[in-house]
Write a protein that binds this ligand. Sequence first.
Ligand SMILES: *[C@@H]1O[C@H](CO)[C@@H](O)[C@H](O)[C@H]1NC(C)=O
Ligand SMILES: *[C@@H]1O[C@H](CO)[C@@H](O)[C@H](O)[C@H]1NC(C)=O
Ligand SMILES: *[C@@H]1O[C@H](CO)[C@@H](O)[C@H](O)[C@H]1NC(C)=O
Ligand SMILES: *[C@@H]1O[C@H](CO)[C@@H](O)[C@H](O)[C@H]1NC(C)=O
Ligand SMILES: *[C@@H]1O[C@H](CO)[C@@H](O)[C@H](O)[C@H]1NC(C)=O
Ligand SMILES: *[C@@H]1O[C@H](CO)[C@@H](O)[C@H](O)[C@H]1NC(C)=O
Ligand SMILES: *[C@@H]1O[C@H](CO)[C@@H](O)[C@H](O)[C@H]1NC(C)=O
Length: 365
Amino acid sequence: MGEHGARVRGDEGGTKSLFKCSEAREPGGTAERGGLSAILITALCSLLILSSPAGLGVRAAEFGHLPDNITVSEGESVILRCKIDNEVTHKAWLNRSNILFTGTDKWTLDPRVSLVNSNDSDFSIQIERVAVADEGPYTCSFQARNQPRTAHVYLIVQVPARIVNISADVTVNEGSNVNLFCLAVGRPEPTVTWKDFKFDLQSEGEFLDITEIKRHQAEDFECITHNGVAAPDSRRVRVTVNYPPTITDVKNMPAQLGKVAILRCEAMAVPTASFEWYRDDRRRVESDSTLQIKNERTRSLLLFNNVTEKHFGNYTCFASNSLGTANASMLLFRPGAVYSRGVGAAVSAGLGVWLCLLLSLLMKI
Ligand SMILES: *[C@@H]1O[C@H](CO)[C@@H](O)[C@H](O)[C@H]1NC(C)=O
Ligand SMILES: *[C@@H]1O[C@H](CO)[C@@H](O)[C@H](O)[C@H]1NC(C)=O
Ligand SMILES: *[C@@H]1O[C@H](CO)[C@@H](O)[C@H](O)[C@H]1NC(C)=O
Ligand SMILES: *[C@@H]1O[C@H](CO)[C@@H](O)[C@H](O)[C@H]1NC(C)=O
Ligand SMILES: *[C@@H]1O[C@H](CO)[C@@H](O)[C@H](O)[C@H]1NC(C)=O
Ligand SMILES: *[C@@H]1O[C@H](CO)[C@@H](O)[C@H](O)[C@H]1NC(C)=O
Ligand SMILES: *[C@@H]1O[C@H](CO)[C@@H](O)[C@H](O)[C@H]1NC(C)=O
């Protein structure tokens, strides 16, 4: 896991296939200098590396493209390999211009860096628990036949996309503006997408702004971040929209003496409404032996278990929450009875429809 090697080619150049290592001659030109100590060489290499563009390396020299990249996830271990041969007399690994190892001597104090192999054909180091700061060019610098050579490898450290901060669940009143944020980190830079489930809409970017939110827009929004390194990270934010009650579905009900009857009052409201009932004379309706009030989440029921004369009348339902109140009136009436004054919306509407039908029939004849 996480083990990679800087692949290496035989040197077909004029130098008698000395190095199995991929190599690049530094353009500095100070190459030919014999009898340098290992320290001097590495110091020299440091200088060469400092003065040469990091991107110029092995593969570039051989095939005309950039040096090998080794990609590793943060926290993993990685092995940097350098293939050499027995002509090599001095060798060192460098992180940018810092010496990590010269031969088997460890120069860096970083306990995560260790030598995993050093013999005539292979000179490899390991970095454990790779951190983002480790990203960069690493150089295997070696000398054979008094010629300094280098092999470069570029370590890329990836970090899975992760949401680091996101809006808390919010509750707003209808008509307010809602601004959600979702901050994500990762390498490479992750994408951030907001998604809703009700309407299956998507919005790119860390911010989701909803202007003048409507009650039907209340739902869970999901933020998803992804950069291809690991599975996407996602979190949800619940947006609650408060609005005052509106009473739906009001019906006048016919009732038979001695029978059961029900009056219903349905109300849409957030937060949920509380209900109260009043009679025509503004008397508060209370539960008793003949009448039961049943309050549910979105509605209230008046249950008459034995209708008597005194039950007939005009009932008004009040639904209220912190944002307001709504009322609606309905009749419990004896079928066939005639009501003097405007017998409620449903009844008069029914009459109107009937008259219209009659009229249209008459006109067709
Ligand atoms: C190495 O990664 C860099 C970006 O960090 C990219 O530009 C380059 O093409 C990569 N080289 C290879 C050989 O994949
Ligand atoms: C050097 O070490 C590697 C890995 O342990 C091994 O495969 C290789 O044969 C060794 N080479 C020599 C010349 O000992
Ligand atoms: C490499 O160098 C960078 C910058 O100097 C440093 O932060 C990082 O810890 C080094 N990594 C290793 C593995 O030496
Ligand atoms: C998240 O962002 C909010 C608003 O910008 C800020 O107040 C809060 O401190 C942040 N939380 C963390 C854990 O960074
Ligand atoms: C309903 O009430 C009337 C009058 O109070 C009573 O005579 C009758 O027995 C009751 N019916 C039922 C089903 O309880
Ligand atoms: C009942 O609702 C109507 C509007 O539908 C409103 O004009 C009236 O004031 C309300 N009555 C009470 C007592 O709140
Ligand atoms: C029922 O009572 C309400 C409120 O007092 C009133 O507005 C409505 O006109 C009444 N309906 C009938 C049919 O009397």
